[in-house]
Write a protein that binds this ligand. Structure first.
Ligand code: AMP
Ligand code: TRP
Length: 345
């Protein structure tokens, strides 16, 4: 994806996204999110580490700061230049949480009741989930709209949260008689990497929380581990077909073809044109080669950066200053619209 693929929008564009510091990053995060951020970096994106979202499920306090630095290192190691992109911790910009409170009073319970991620994450005992996990999408709307962001590159799993963000923006604009005050942000989801599936089960999403480490390629995996995990990846006995239609019903094969396409910047059709008739004995080593070529250098850079926390902290601090400078005046305008005494001029 390049910046030309931004949908047409008349007005200033602002690209924003975030990743939670809640576990090791994997290929799904890279293809669904990080790689797109790099392609958009000339737009000066705002990219944060979602540490407010992370604590909606328990995070060890002694580890949270280190996990935050690790996500910052992943941003930079993936190719983001901190001079172009503003990289910062969400909790270092208080306006996110302040706007989230106002949006809690705009969003409706019925909207949140429909959110599938809450249902998945809260499991069988939703009464034991934190209130924060329930209102998580409202905070996400605040993350985006506190900067009046217009474009949000994310993986497919965030589509519903982006729809809720648009609903919040629209209702706020309507309730406070402020047409066009908040833009209706566009999700940027397209592409073969938008939904990377587990290497062990082509019907489950590749995820940080899967107990099997063999289900995912981690950004910090060494080359050998990447090769071994691809070798062990679940497949079927058939050779690769000539057309995409014939991949339907073969979720593991479809996933590996999609991963190859996303890593090699090809379409799935191009990958099939090259490998049709070949079995996984041929395809897997080729896939391992492109995966190692992309991921291993990112892992090396991440390790080097994490040895230099002072530099990471400098980047996070500078990013937070830039982000606060954009968010504060917008929060002030919002408070004035709501009618708060504190925003009187
Ligand atoms: P998270 O780790 O949940 O904070 O997700 C960070 C970003 O990675 C979000 O944009 C997600 O949509 C994206 N993402 C997470 N898992 C996957 C996956 N399996 N495939 C594609 N994108 C993903
Ligand atoms: N909820 C996103 C995820 O789990 C992370 C996130 C938080 C985010 N706030 C955001 C993504 C705002 C885009 C925009 O992946």
């Amino acid at each position: 994806m390049t910046e030309d693929t931004l949908p047409p929008y008349l007005g200033p564009q602002r690209v924003l996204s975030g990743i939670q510091p809640s576990g090791a990053l994997h290929l799904g995060n890279y293809l669904g999110a990080l790689k797109k951020f790099v392609a958009l970096q000339d737009q000066g994106p705002l990219l944060f580490v979602a540490d407010l979202h992370a604590i909606t499920v328990w995070q060890e306090p002694q580890q949270l700061a280190a996990q935050t630095r690790e996500i910052a290192a992943a941003y930079i190691a993936s190719g983001l230049d901190p001079m172009k992109a503003s990289i910062f911790p969400q909790s270092a910009v208080p306006a996110h949480a302040e706007l989230a409170w106002i949006f809690n009073c705009v969003a409706r319970l019925g909207w949140l009741d429909r959110m599938t991620q809450f249902k998945e994450k809260s499991g069988a005992h939703k009464e034991r989930a934190s209130v924060g996990l329930y209102t998580y999408p409202v905070l996400q709307a605040a993350d985006i709209l506190i900067y009046k962001a217009t474009h949000v590159p994310v993986g497919e799993d965030q589509k519903q949260h982006l729809e809720l963000t648009r609903d919040v923006a629209q209702k706020f604009n309507h309730d406070f008689d402020a047409p066009g005050f908040f833009p209706l942000p566009e999700p940027l989801i397209a592409g073969p990497g938008a939904r990377v599936m587990s290497l062990r089960d082509g019907r489950a999403k590749m995820s940080k929380s899967d107990p099997s480490d063999n289900s995912r390629l981690n950004l910090m995996d060494e080359a050998d581990a990447i090769v071994q995990k691809i070798k062990k990846a679940k497949t079927d006995p058939e050779p690769l077909p000539e057309t995409l239609a014939e991949l339907k019903g073969r979720p593991e094969a479809e996933n590996l073809v999609g991963i190859y396409a996303a890593l090699a910047d090809q379409s799935a059709e191009q990958v099939l044109a090259q490998f049709a008739g070949k079995g996984f004995g041929t395809f897997k080593p080729a896939l391992a080669e492109v995966a190692v070529a992309t991921l291993a250098p990112i892992g090396v850079r991440m390790r080097a950066l994490m040895d230099d926390p002072v530099e990471i902290d400098r980047v996070l601090k500078q990013g937070a200053e830039r982000a606060n400078a954009i968010a504060e005046p917008i929060l002030k305008e919002v408070k004035a619209k709501v009618g708060y005494w504190s925003a009187r001029s």
